[in-house]
Design a protein around this ligand. Structure first.
Ligand code: AMP
Ligand code: ZN
Length: 139
């Protein structure tokens, strides 16, 4: 599987960098965004390094899509948001900042106009507790 030593998401996928992981399978890995736009902000990545959708293999992206349903159900159980934003950016001009394919799942709440990127790091204890809760409701 193609991975890069200097890519933070490859390092998370292969366990060489820490992350609040909540789910993984052969093709994908899901963890909490450390700069959450809202509590429960998740990233689903491919384990193989694809910079973006221009490079990605359809099979891996199909698994990302399948797991987005699974993770949404876990977020619904644990966070119960009013809505959910699903975002995915490709290349810098489209807003991508980490150049390893990933999909954002961002819980949304009535009356709050939330952006996609936060400048504030999440509280490590809160992230760890939330990751445990989400893991406990995932297969
Ligand atoms: P983008 O490439 O713009 O779609 O977004 C990249 C996202 O990755 C941002 O929301 C960052 O907060 C998030 N991020 C960057 N590094 C990490 C990390 N080590 N662990 C978790 N999330 C990260
Ligand atoms: Zn990578």
């Amino acid at each position: 599987m193609h991975q890069l030593d200097d890519c933070i998401f490859c390092q998370i996928a292969n366990g060489h960098a820490p992350a609040y992981k909540i789910h993984e399978d052969e093709l994908t890995c899901t963890f909490l965004d450390i700069f959450p736009a809202t509590p429960g902000h998740c990233l689903i990545i491919t384990k193989e390094h694809f910079s973006d959708i221009f490079e990605a293999k359809a099979e891996a992206l199909a698994q990302v899509a399948r797991n987005s349903v699974l993770i949404t159900k876990a977020l619904e159980q644990v966070i119960a948001p009013d809505g959910l934003g699903v975002y995915q950016f490709n290349r810098a001009c489209a807003g991508q900042t980490v150049f390893h394919y990933h999909m954002h799942l961002i819980p949304q709440f009535e009356g709050k106009n939330i952006g996609i990127h936060s400048k504030q790091a999440g509280d490590p204890d809160e992230l760890a507790a939330l990751a445990e809760q989400l893991k406990s409701v995932l297969p």
